[in-house]
Design a protein around this ligand. Structure first.
Ligand code: A2R
Length: 315
């Protein structure tokens, strides 16, 4: 019996490819360039990045699109749902890694560790010469979480031992969360001096961290983004940082990756990382396994492990 055909439309973690090849007939190609017979054979997709409506429409018999990463904004899940196609993502297996990165980035931003290390490597540490005291401390801060989902909750768990006050803004109050809830992002920004954004890329989150929100954090304020660059007005952020309206920022994500605006690159009070929050070998392996396991379970047992809310079919 011939194997089920699974399309891999672009670059993906090598473990995904290796494991898929054990179980499926893997076709590595652009869906829009396939001949009709090949397109008709494809029943599954494994994708890291973009898979839009045209790509979905090019595969008449596709049943499941398995997307690498917890954010699946590159896949048109609504369109897939309208055609009865399931989309899966890789939630939970990266919560700890991303939350750890958030804490590291926060500390780096507040205490300037990357700058201090550069200062040392450049040979500046000499008798009688010490790196200047960091302007800010984490001690006594009031941290506002913009997002308290799977990852936001893990960030909150890690923040508690730092003895900072924690508050949050989400779409709706979490009755079981022991933190102050603010129904708007501006009200949260008014209340806190430190904000960590961990929300998905959706039409509702676009550039919600704007000049008004950043000003509300204030000259001693710190902003950290570990979710999506889409949620931030980068021009307003660079301007707030350079004018001193905002104290410092730590960013793992950017609006138009891998492009990082020069206005941010030139700022001494910004810590910039190349979207690596989940980027360790063990965590990316776990994500790769979940991408493959969703396809294996669906075609073996008719059950998708981690369908996204738009396509909540568990089989
Ligand atoms: O569902 P809620 O009310 O707990 O709010 C979710 C929040 N969120 C928003 N908050 C305020 N205004 C919005 N328009 C809005 N849209 C979503 O973001 C929830 O607290 C959080 C998302 O949680 P999860 O769906 O569990 O996502 P997870 O696994 O924490 O990942 C967050 C994002 C991914 O979508 C990637 O883009 C990125 O982190 O790696």
């Amino acid at each position: 019996m011939s194997r089920i055909a699974v399309l891999v439309p672009g670059k993906i973690h090598e473990r995904v490819l290796a494991r898929l090849k054990e179980a499926f007939d893997v076709i590595e190609a652009d869906p829009l360039s396939l001949d009709a017979a090949t397109a008709g054979r494809i029943r599954g997709v494994a994708v890291s990045g973009t898979f839009g409506a045209a790509a979905i429409d090019a595969l008449p018999n596709v049943e499941l699109i398995s997307s690498f990463g917890v954010g699946y904004d590159g896949v048109d899940a609504k369109h897939a749902a309208s055609k009865g196609i399931i989309v899966t993502n890789t939630p939970d297996v990266l919560n700890d890694e991303v939350a750890d990165t958030a804490i590291g980035l926060l500390l780096n931003t507040v205490r300037e560790f990357p700058r201090a290390e550069n200062w040392l490597r450049e040979g500046n540490w000499k008798p009688g010469q010490n790196y200047p005291l960091s302007r800010f401390s984490l001690k006594g801060r009031h941290v506002g979480l913009y997002g308290l989902g799977r990852i936001g909750q893990e960030i909150a768990n890690r923040l508690a031992p730092f003895k900072v006050k924690i508050s949050y803004h989400t779409r709706s109050r979490h009755a079981d969360a022991p933190y102050d809830y603010y129904p708007t992002l501006k009200e949260l920004a008014d209340a806190v001096d430190t904000m960590i954004a961990i929300v998905p890329k959706t039409p509702q989150t676009h550039k919600t961290v704007n000049a008004e929100v950043l000003s509300a954090l204030g000259p001693d304020g710190v902003f950290v983004n570990i979710g999506r660059g889409w949620t931030v007005d980068e021009e307003a952020l660079a301007s707030a940082l350079s004018s001193g309206k905002l104290g410092a920022a730590g960013l793992d994500v950017f609006y138009d990756e891998p492009h990082v605006p020069a206005a941010l690159l030139n700022l001494p009070n910004a810590v910039l990382l190349p979207h690596l929050a989940s980027g360790s070998v063990p965590t990316r392996n776990a994500m790769a396994d979940l991408v493959v396991d969703n396809l294996v379970e669906w075609f073996g047992k008719g059950k998708a492990l981690t369908p996204v809310p738009e396509t909540p079919v568990k089989g």
